[in-house]
Design a protein around this ligand. Sequence first.
Ligand code: ADP
Ligand code: ASP
Ligand code: MG
Length: 409
Amino acid sequence: MALIVQKYGGTSVGTTERIKNVARRVAKWHARGDQIVVVVSAMAGETNRLIGLAKEVQAHPDSRELDQMVSTGEQVSIGLLAMALMDLGHKARSYTGSQVRILTDNAYTKARILGIDENRIRRDLDEGYIVVVAGFQGVDECGNITTLGRGGSDTTGVALAAALKADECQIYTDVDGVYTTDPRIVPEARRLKTITFEEMLEMASLGSKVLQIRSVEFAGKYKVKLRVLSSFEEEGEGTLITFEEDTDMEQAIISGIAFNRDEAKLTVQGVPDRPGIAYQILGPIADANIDVDMIVQNVGHDGMTDLSFTVHRNDFQKAMGILKNQVAPHIGARDVTGDANIAKVSVVGVGMRSHVGIASQTFRTLAEEGINIQMISTSEIKISVVVEDKYMELAVRVLHKAFELDQAA
Ligand code: ADP
Ligand code: ASP
Ligand code: MG
């Protein structure tokens, strides 16, 4: 008998018909004798609808109250799924995050899980219940409801699997696995049979929304066996997230292309090129709790230089304000400019460690299409470039082709 945690995303529970379909799938596993914990998201579009309602009432919704009401999307799904399971003759019981007691910190809208009390779930499983848990939410130590950030139900699933020492965590979604890139952008994208945790972590952090990054972090930390599968297909092995040591040597050099339109670029122009200048510019940004991603300082001439960096688009206006009002007058910069029409495209693969020339091939491929690269950053297993956002899809497509990701491995 195995203990399996299954997570079904918004599209998979988007209608009552689909919820009944999920119930049938869960029931099949349960009938085989496995213990099943199911995590569900809100019905498709529901979280966006609730956030929209909040904004109609308060332009910048209070984050505590926002979590209070946005978390209700998942509460509807769990009740419906438990009913559908009962209708099929199974014992089922649903819990919200706070009823389980998924304890989080109090960072509303992006809370982190601190601990899970798995006793209640275990007792139910031992009594033959299918346990249904609301994704995306928890409770802080004062009893306030929190949410885990967009896509957070993945993290609920993996965290529960870790706490319960489940045999496997299965993430069921509207694609049948992790692809070489988003199949909505590149129809030739291929499903990967396996991907390493490291690569999945990069893909998720660089914009591939198929798994929330924190779910991958959890899986890596607690060695959770994690698989991404389709909720619409009956069969299929999906994609297994593996540790590098487990895979054979046939590993492709490049695993995938990720992209992200969520950043904006700021440039401080005409700053004196002297020690401490980066700190004087980026220190106040960090003090305002704004994460900086890529940074480029141009080669100076005549003792002057420019410094550009990217931040999340949500922090763009705030960062502009700090640079214009605080930083520029202080250091004597000539001007501050901003550009929200950018996108980041990244090539990811552990094979880069042992192969040279991936960066130059990336740059050549983009050059051949006349796509200007505004910024570059690299790590051992990824190369990211910032381009004008209107070229993003083209860049993804040509890189996907150039690295032969459309060819069978
Ligand atoms: P769910 O609601 O089930 O959590 P999401 O919309 O969050 O589903 O994630 C699944 C979507 O992720 C897919 O429909 C696909 O468009 C997108 N996606 C982005 N990058 C990838 C990738 N590399 N492989 C598979 N899907 C991807
Ligand atoms: N319902 C939440 C969202 O839309 C959480 C999730 O689906 O994972 O972000
Ligand atoms: Mg998701």
